[in-house]
Design a protein around this ligand. Structure first.
Ligand code: GRF
Length: 232
């Protein structure tokens, strides 16, 4: 998987995606829809993996004839074995890019370091463009806290922010801290509930994940190397 960094972005075979999920998979569905309508330019989904057997996203994958695999990993004690199995699956399916799409497990640093610039993650809040620091500058120049970790939609409301959003970023060992591929703002309205706001964020996320994959596979992320095909 370590492919040289010298290839031309966007050339050669379509880049092969593994999408990792833990739940409903509405973002996976957006990727599938883009693939089927021919707008996931330069990429193809070749594998869907869930750590939960009951994740509805597995059904979505099967309905579209995509390989869908349940990888048991709900307890901490399953991590080492799960990471080994995942690495074997990525090699078997010749995966170039791993998309964490509602994936609720945290990888070990050693696992992440096996796939530099080859893992991206969705996060339902705004993160700093270079991944570093605790503040985000929004489009109107205001500074808001970078919300990392869990329950970030509710935390944006509690903090009284006027804007939140969503981000797709490269994955590095620090959680929710890699360089941003793309992000989008979502205004917070008077009287918003966490549920209602999250629904609006998720609508934007479904567009953003398609855009992010296109950017990564076509070499469109400033500061990031082109995504060469993984070594066979
Ligand atoms: C998204 O909001 C994503 O940002 C978060 O998990 C959610 C996944 O939703 N990490 P779905 O399973 O794609 O519907």
């Amino acid at each position: 998987m370590s492919g040289s960094q010298g290839g031309q972005a966007g050339q050669g075979r379509p880049r092969r995606l593994a999408v990792l999920i833990s739940g409903g998979g509405s973002n996976l569905q957006a990727l599938i829809d883009a693939q089927e309508s021919g707008t996931l330019t330069g990429a193809e989904i070749v594998l869907v993996v869930s750590n939960r057997a009951d994740a509805y996203g597995l059904q979505r994958a099967l309905q579209h004839k995509l390989p869908a695999i349940h990888l048991p990993w709900t307890k901490r004690s399953q991590q080492a074995e799960a990471e080994e199995k995942l690495a074997a699956l990525f090699a078997l399916f010749k995966v170039d890019l791993i998309v964490l799409s509602g994936w609720m497990r945290i990888f070990t640093p050693a696992f992440i370091e096996r796939y530099p610039w080859r893992i991206i993650n969705q996060h339902p809040a705004l993160l700093p463009l270079d991944g570093v620091g605790d503040e985000v500058i929004t489009s109107d120049g205001s500074v808001i806290p970078a919300l990392r970790g869990l329950h970030v939609v509710g935390r944006a409301l509690e903090a009284g922010l006027k804007v939140t959003g969503c981000t797709v970023h490269y994955v590095i060992p620090e959680v929710d801290a890699g360089r941003v591929v793309c992000r989008a703002e979502v205004p917070i309205c008077e009287g918003d509930t966490e549920e209602g706001l999250y629904e609006r964020v998720k609508v934007v996320e479904r567009r953003l994940i398609v855009e992010a994959v296109r950017r990564v596979v076509n070499g469109g992320v400033p500061g990031a190397p082109p995504l060469d095909p993984a070594r066979d």
